[in-house]
Design a protein. Structure first.
Length: 207
């Protein structure tokens, strides 16, 4: 589990115009809520919150105008998905269980890739419930025992101590499948397909 300290400042000016001016100074509007306490209007440094999102930090120690412990609950991006325009923090105590969505990293080489198969990475994230003090940055899934025709489901993914899976247990995270001949399919397009990982890529760690 990783935690990080971030400096926050209270903000009095509200509304779209005030938020736009705030962003021009390199800061991002934020809200802090939860635990039956007063909702607070805050701002954070754009670079600081960007690093937190990039590193996957979940548990945050707020300092500055406010001293509290929180998790990053929601991030709003601009139209192009490039710049963060607003964030929400939710108060937590380190002993309470919280629901978080984490990225999945694949590791190992699936024997099924030597049996004519390819890895299909279906679910890149998983939602779990675990103690706030024990939130990992990501979930590791080892595909070293995955043969052709086999799959790893959400309820089979190893979790940290005290954690339970919230994602439907039957959700296929990764499976080893036979390559699909797109010519035989006549170029038909349907729902979005899982990411296919070639054997040479599967030999190394994902993510």
């Amino acid at each position: 589990m990783s935690s990080e300290t971030i400096d926050v400042k209270k903000r009095d000016a509200l509304g779209s115009r005030a938020c736009c001016k705030l962003r021009q100074t390199g800061r991002v509007p934020a809200n802090l809520y939860g635990h039956g306490e007063q909702n607070l209007n805050l701002s954070v440094c754009r670079d600081a919150i960007g690093n937190i999102i990039k590193h996957g930090t979940k548990l945050l120690n707020l300092t500055g105008d406010v001293s509290d412990t929180a998790i990053l609950r929601e991030v709003q991006w601009d139209t192009f998905g490039v710049d963060v325009i607003h964030v929400d923090f939710a108060r937590v105590s380190t002993s309470e269980a919280v629901e978080v969505t984490l990225p999945i990293h694949l590791h190992g080489e699936a024997p099924g890739t030597s049996e004519g198969g390819q890895l299909a990475f279906n679910a890149h994230e998983i939602t779990i419930r675990c103690p706030a003090a024990n939130i990992p940055e990501h979930i590791d899934v080892n595909v070293g025992s995955l043969h052709l025709g086999q799959a790893i489901h959400a309820n089979e993914v190893p979790l940290p101590a005290g954690a339970t899976v919230v994602t439907a247990g039957s959700t296929v995270v990764v499976q080893c499948v036979k390559p699909v001949d797109t010519e035989d399919m006549g170029g038909a397009s349907g729902a979005s397909e899982p990411e296919l990982i070639r054997k040479e890529k599967a030999a190394g760690d994902e993510g």
